[in-house]
Design a protein around this ligand. Structure first.
Ligand code: AGP
Length: 615
């Protein structure tokens, strides 16, 4: 959470930083701020509570000159979202300005020690402690900013990505990271710093992903230097080519990124399966699995770790892998796994799923699994993020940047890759027949067309949403492969419309939630014509006979459900294991339109951030 941007070059920094903040706003929007240094070394700092647009208003008409600056968009951890707690934070003298993404865990101890040395604090943040500590060390040791930053970071426990500038030195910026991402963009006579590559897109395609415990000295007119926190020896610099375009980062005529991302799914799934289903659909080749065939052949167990929507995809992955690979699978919330004394053996494969590749708990779970000797496989979207860099092997879902906080296309991409993984590993283990692979492979090849069909439900769902805009509670029910879809549908609604929603395995309803049902509580039931269809029909009847209204997701041609349910949404028929991909899309649209009807900011729901980089 929190996004940081830095610029040093020859162009006016303010516009570049503001654009960067807008692209990073998905990481948090409790407040925003910018520090700009003019050529004469003077520093101007502007901050505002709320979104980046408020910062623009605050800075409007003020002096925003300077070709070096740092900026921040905040997701509050320590201290409320106020102007005072907004970054950049300044040192006591006002000479050093710093932006930070992460959490300084020992900030209270450091703050106490600095207070003893006469430092006073304006904010409640952990970040202000760090900038004061840098100044304290700089003055005590009579050293340069770089040495002071380095020394301060050695005293810090926790996670950080920081950018620091110093009044009077308009040609130098220091950046460092540990457990929070930081990307450096190398342009012509200019350098960019950012939490992810999006602010850099359009300026340069040359990027460096800073590693943990590295510190960079960015000096105008001089080559970039990167050092490790503990050594003066320059680190090797690995420049990579960025594969992102500006168009991918824009709304492209849609009202919201979320809607754009829902509608992108035919294309994103084309990209996701490209080159991975061969021989007319009868063979699946996932290079990360094929290259590690022995691991998958002889694995005893797979443990999948993830959070949020990625965890829902993991539940679907469990069924897929168990069915295709005859291999036991456990699914764990990464946050529970890491503290749950997990028993891991070298013949376990730990699969970590994450859209962003930066989720702190998932990263920590990976670390733990590696320490215990497991082979760790990542399923990630953001290329070059921390998770793909910290796993033994893996697969990108390749669905392009997901900017809406509510995950949509990443979910369907994750389920698609999990299907491919299950099929590919099943072929290696000899546990899946060629007929099954062909049936599912062909359906996946056809999936973009299938999803285009599903998206025709857009208008009917928009109409339907109006009926339920003011409901206070929702129940989502599904069975088998679609129990996780029910969880995901409920999460989408909660996140963006703030309506309480619960997802449940349909049969479990009788064991408690049925008590909630009355004529004010709509129930969304996912009821494709699969092996559990007859059972779910009974669940629909149980809801109806208690006065509840039912929105049923059924297959095309299933008109009999019209007799039972209040509203039916018909989706194309696909093999049972692929039904979550198809049935999740009407749920995404329903959540989207209900939130829009309520006037909510769907791309930036309250209290949320796109990637949760703190515990
Ligand atoms: C999804 O809509 C959520 N915003 C959230 O649950 C998300 O899936 C979760 O934070 C995990 O993120 P990751 O996939 O980037 O690790």
């Amino acid at each position: 959470m929190c996004g940081i941007v830095g610029y040093i070059g020859t162009q006016p920094a303010y516009d570049i930083l503001l654009q960067g903040l807008r692209r990073l706003e998905y990481r948090g929007y409790d407040s925003a701020g910018v520090a700009l240094m003019k050529d004469d070394g003077s520093l101007n700092v502007y901050k505002a509570t709320g979104k980046v647009a408020n910062l623009e208003l605050t800075a409007s008409g003020k002096d925003t000159d300077g070709s070096i600056g740092i900026a921040h968009t905040r997701w509050a951890t320590h201290g409320e979202p106020t102007d005072i707690n907004a970054h950049p934070h300044l040192s006591q003298s006002g000479d050093i300005a710093l932006v930070h993404n992460g959490t300084i865990e020992n900030y209270a101890v450091l703050r106490e020690a600095l207070t003893q040395h006469g430092y006073t604090f304006k904010s409640e943040t952990d970040t202000e402690v760090l900038v004061q500590l840098i100044e304290y060390i700089k003055e005590k040791n009579h050293c340069y900013l770089f040495d002071a930053v380095r020394e301060a970071l050695k005293q810090v426990e926790g996670a950080y990505a920081i950018a620091v500038i110093e009044r009077g030195n308009p040609s130098r910026l220091i950046a460092a990271r540990k457990s929070s991402p930081l990307v450096i963009g190398i342009g012509e006579g200019e350098t960019f710093i950012a939490s992810d590559a999006t602010p850099i897109v359009g300026f340069t395609d040359k990027v460096i992903y800073l590693k943990d415990n590295e510190i960079a000295i960015v000096e105008q007119g001089k080559p970039l230097q990167i050092k490790s926190l503990n050594s003066n020896k320059p680190s090797s610099i690995n420049i990579q080519k960025l594969q992102l375009s500006v168009a991918q980062l824009e709304k492209g005529g849609y009202d919201a990124f979320m809607l754009k991302e829902i509608f992108e799914q035919p294309n994103t799934l084309t990209d996701c399966i490209r080159g991975r289903i061969v021989d007319g659909g009868s063979r699946v080749v996932l290079s990360g699995v094929v290259e590690n065939a022995e691991k998958f052949r002889y694995a005893n167990r797979i443990i999948i770790v993830a959070c949020g929507t990625s965890w829902h995809a993991a539940l679907i992955g469990k069924r897929l892998i168990q069915e295709m690979c005859q291999l036991p699978v456990e699914v764990e919330y990464a946050s529970e796994f890491r503290y749950g004394c997990p028993i891991i053996t070298p013949r376990d494969i730990v699969v970590a799923i994450s859209q962003s590749g930066e989720t702190a708990d998932t990263l920590a779970a990976i670390q733990l699994a590696k320490e215990k000797g497991a082979f760790v496989y990542g399923i990630c979207n953001v290329v070059g993020a921390s998770i793909p860099r910290n796993t033994d092997s893996g697969t990108y879902i390749h669905v392009g940047p997901e900017i809406g906080v509510a995950s949509t296309k990443a979910f369907t991409g994750q389920v698609t890759v999990l299907t491919l993984l299950a099929l590919c590993a099943g072929q290696i283990r000899g546990t899946v027949s060629t007929d099954t692979v062909r049936k599912i492979g062909r359906a996946l090849i056809n999936m973009p067309k299938t999803i285009k069909e599903v998206l025709k439900l857009n208008e009917p769902i928009k109409d339907l949403s109006r009926i339920f805009t003011y409901s206070h509670n929702f129940l989502y029910l599904g069975r088998g492969y679609n129990y996780p879809t029910a969880l995901e549908g409920a999460l989408k609604l909660k996140e963006i419309s703030y309506i309480h929603a619960e997802g449940y395995p349909a049969a479990e309803m009788k064991h408690g939630p049925i008590a909630l049902i009355d004529n004010e509580m709509p129930t969304v039931i996912i009821a494709p014509s699969d092996s559990l269809y007859d059972k779910i029909v009974s669940n629909v009847q149980q809801v109806k006979s208690r006065g509840g209204s039912v929105i049923a997701i059924v297959n095309k041609g299933n008109d009999s459900m019209n007799e039972l349910a209040d509203y039916c949404l018909q989706i194309p028929e696909v093999p049972e294991c692929l039904t979550p991909i198809v049935s999740s899309i009407p749920l995404q649209l329903l959540a989207y339109y209900i939130a829009v009807n309520k006037g909510k900011d769907v791309d930036r729901p309250r209290n949320l951030a796109k990637s949760v980089t703190v515990e």
